[in-house]
Design a protein around this ligand. Structure first.
Ligand SMILES: CC(C)(COP(=O)(O)OP(=O)(O)OC[C@H]1O[C@@H](n2cnc3c(N)ncnc32)[C@H](O)[C@@H]1OP(=O)(O)O)[C@@H](O)C(=O)NCCC(=O)NCCS
Length: 140
């Protein structure tokens, strides 16, 4: 599978357009500017992955590791390439890279109405956790 680490300068426009096309399953926001993603890449340079098919960015996922747990953000596969194993390949490569970093458990968030993504993740071994996720805006 054609999975590789992102090259932000080269891939940013295509990745952003992939993520925008994947809304509302993916929510593009203020952490997705080139500057914010460059900052993220400084921390986890090996965990932002793309799938490239025929020279096109067909999928992407943004992973993170805080030293204790892993996080997965913004997994998306372009509609024309869905159902061909690219989503699984991106997640399996991210799993492997997180494990290599010493990560023993990872989390991800899915909107409850995104039943397709929930089924996809269940298929890959992810389990719902009986927990409330709380958030707080720190820049307002
Ligand atoms: C979710 C998503 C990434 C899946 O990508 P994909 O490349 O189509 O998935 P794959 O082809 O790799 O499928 C992997 C497995 O999941 C299963 N699967 C995929 N979509 C499924 C669905 N809607 N319902 C049930 N199973 C599904 C496949 O059958 C396959 O099973 P197998 O490998 O055991 O045979 C893609 O649908 C997507 O980009 N959705 C929009 C964005 C989104 O909602 N992202 C999630 C953010 S939380």
């Amino acid at each position: 599978m054609p999975i590789r680490t992102v090259n932000l300068e080269q891939d940013y426009a295509a990745v952003l357009s992939l993520w925008r096309a994947a809304e509302p399953g993916v929510r593009v926001g203020r952490s997705d500017t080139p500057e914010a993603l460059a900052l993220k890449l400084r921390r986890d340079p090996d965990l932002f992955l793309v799938a490239e098919v025929d020279g096109q960015i067909a999928g992407a996922v943004l992973g993170g590791f805080d030293g204790r747990r892993g996080m997965v953000y913004h997994l998306a596969v372009a509609a024309a390439y869905q159902g061909q194993g690219l989503g699984r390949a991106l997640m399996e490569e991210l799993d492997a890279r997180l494990r290599a970093r010493g990560c023993v458990k990872a989390y991800l968030m899915v909107m409850p109405e995104n039943t397709a993504a929930l089924e996809f993740y269940r298929r890959l071994g992810w389990e719902a956790m009986p927990i409330h996720v709380l958030g707080k805006e720190l820049d307002r």
